[in-house]
Design a protein around this ligand. Structure first.
Ligand SMILES: CC(C)(COP(=O)(O)OP(=O)(O)OC[C@H]1O[C@@H](n2cnc3c(N)ncnc32)[C@H](O)[C@@H]1OP(=O)(O)O)[C@@H](O)C(=O)NCCC(=O)NCCS
Length: 201
């Protein structure tokens, strides 16, 4: 099955509460608030200290799209039009039909299911439009919220790599890799349809 997506134009996606749109410098204030928050960045690169760093980051992401290397969606809340996070798809290996995803959310939006909603839609895009066979999440084993998210989305914990990540505390931490196969994802989609209660009236 050939991918229908080829980086020709940016694929805007939509869920119940979110629009998943192109990263853009016009969102710099919202993105700086997220990327500049040390708590959000705890298991990621160092928190941005200035808006200039965030602008540079946004421009790098846009360039990565132009170079057909990476996709990053800004998660825009339909209700407020604020950008509250991102989901990215990278390391797309066309031969082996696999890629990795990453995600973050503003701290004020944790615990209400927005990451699950957004990543769920990106999984659909990856399996259906990019024709992926396998999607991976690599995360610090200490990142409990990220592990819970992967498991809620139906990923299997494929392994733990000991002391793989040097964190800001100066210590090496374990990393965990999760994988979800297209066949498993198709199974969850069809069983969700199967279990949906019949419409009454
Ligand atoms: C990883 C991260 C995106 C997860 O966010 P999250 O808020 O835990 O995940 P979700 O948005 O899917 O919300 C799930 C929680 O909302 C609850 N929830 C409430 N309403 C919900 C709904 N309608 N649907 C699903 N879950 C819902 C769930 O029960 C769950 O609760 P829990 O926190 O007690 O487990 C977030 O912690 C984050 O941005 N961390 C910093 C960046 C980071 O570490 N990224 C990963 C790098 S690999």
């Amino acid at each position: 099955m050939e991918p229908t997506f080829d980086f020709g134009s940016f694929p805007v996606l939509e869920t119940e509460r979110l629009q998943l749109c192109e990263y853009d410098v016009k969102y710099v204030d919202d993105i700086f608030a997220i990327r500049g928050d040390p708590e959000v960045q705890l298991y990621n690169s160092e928190a941005h200290k200035t808006k200039e760093e965030t602008i540079e980051f946004i421009e790098e992401e846009q360039e990565a799209f132009r170079m057909k290397r990476e996709l990053i969606w800004a998660l825009k809340l339909k209700e407020t039009l604020c950008v509250v996070g991102c989901v990215s798809m990278f390391d797309w290996d066309r031969y082996h039909r696999r890629a990795q995803i990453g995600y973050d959310l503003a701290k004020s939006c944790w615990g209400i299911g927005l990451a699950q909603e957004a990543v769920g839609e990106v999984l659909r895009f990856g399996f259906m439009n990019m024709s992926l066979n396998r999607i991976e999440i690599w995360t610090s084993t200490a990142n409990a919220r990220s592990l819970r998210l992967a498991e809620r989305l139906g990923f299997t914990r494929d392994g733990t790599l000991r002391k793989r990540i040097l964190e800001d505390d100066g210590q090496f931490h374990d990393g965990t890799v999760y994988g979800l196969l297209q066949s498993e994802w198709l199974g969850t989609i069809s069983s969700a349809k199967h279990h949906r209660p019949a419409k009454s009236g």
